[in-house]
Write a protein that binds this ligand. Structure first.
Ligand code: ATP
Length: 261
């Protein structure tokens, strides 16, 4: 579904993404985790074609900036961008028109608004929405065209517990229907046991990746794996038992890029 090949994005002297290469299979749920400033949002923006970078990115074999690729991608950004003078209903209508959706869009839109408790707020203007309402609308707008591949950047932030539950259910439903997801998150149980693959970023690089099936075999949780890898990056002194566990994790992870140092 996704092939990122040697992507580097610089801001002045800073390499926000440093020679990143990742691949995500069709029908899979991938997590992108890592400390603040690791480069996760930058990578999602590069994949969406919103930034200039070096390297190649393909979505189902098509260049990410092509119309064909854009048609099958959806994106929930970290910070929602609403049109201040469009109502909630108009945001959805605008999306339906832009994607040339068939007439059933309005029924789907109503269902999404219902799930996120926005149905009675359809006439509210974008500029008057609370942070959480903007986040919910941003999710509804991304889901309306039912894209095959959806990127979520910190999707749970700002949502109330009811909306978090809805979104977690939606992740499950999307996965069951065969959509592919790439979710950047600090909340390691965002998708509970649903994920297939995890990429850990630090200082602009993918420093480890692992498959859930492999972790399960080692009796490790995502949290174990995350701390094994990130503690090593930070030079944390581990006990002997922890070191043995970390060695196992490191064997599993195959950083697919070379340092440019
Ligand atoms: P967080 O978990 O805190 O959201 P992140 O992993 O998503 O972090 P990015 O937002 O991708 O990290 O940022 C990666 C690096 O790039 C950081 O050092 C950040 O300060 C820098 N950066 C991001 N956007 C810009 C920008 N527009 N101009 C300059 N530097 C930027």
């Amino acid at each position: 579904m996704l092939k990122v090949n040697q992507v580097t994005k610089t801001y002045g002297d800073l390499k926000a993404n440093d020679n990143v290469s990742i691949e995500i299979e069709e029908n899979s749920v991938a997590l992108l985790v890592g400390p603040n400033g690791a480069g996760k949002s930058t990578l999602l923006k590069c994949i969406m074609g919103l930034l200039r970078y070096t390297g190649e990115i393909e979505i189902r074999g098509q260049r990410n900036k092509s119309t064909e690729a854009k048609r099958i991608m959806g994106y929930v950004p970290e910070i929602p961008h609403m049109y201040p003078l469009l109502t909630i209903a108009e945001h959805l209508e605008f999306t339906a028109r832009a994607y040339k959706l068939d007439d059933s869009w309005s029924e789907k839109a109503d269902f999404l608004l219902e799930r996120f408790e926005l149905a009675d707020k359809k006439d509210k203007l974008g500029g008057t929405l609370s942070k959480g309402m903007q986040q919910k609308l941003s999710i509804c707008v991304a889901l309306l065209p039912e894209p095959d591949f959806i990127l979520f950047d910190e999707p749970l932030i700002g949502l109330d517990p009811y909306a978090i539950k809805q979104l977690k259910n939606i992740f499950r439903e999307l996965a069951e229907k065969g959509h592919s997801l790439l979710i950047s998150t600090h909340i390691l149980d965002t998708v509970d046991q649903l994920w297939d693959q995890v990429f850990i970023m630090d200082h602009g690089k993918v420093v480890a990746n692992g498959k859930k099936a492999e972790l399960d075999q080692l009796g490790k949780t995502l949290e174990d794996f995350f701390f094994d890898v990130t503690d090593q990056q930070r030079g944390v002194v581990l006990t002997e038992t922890e070191l043995a566990a970390a060695a196992n994790s490191q064997q599993m992870s195959e950083p697919n890029q070379q340092s440019e140092k």
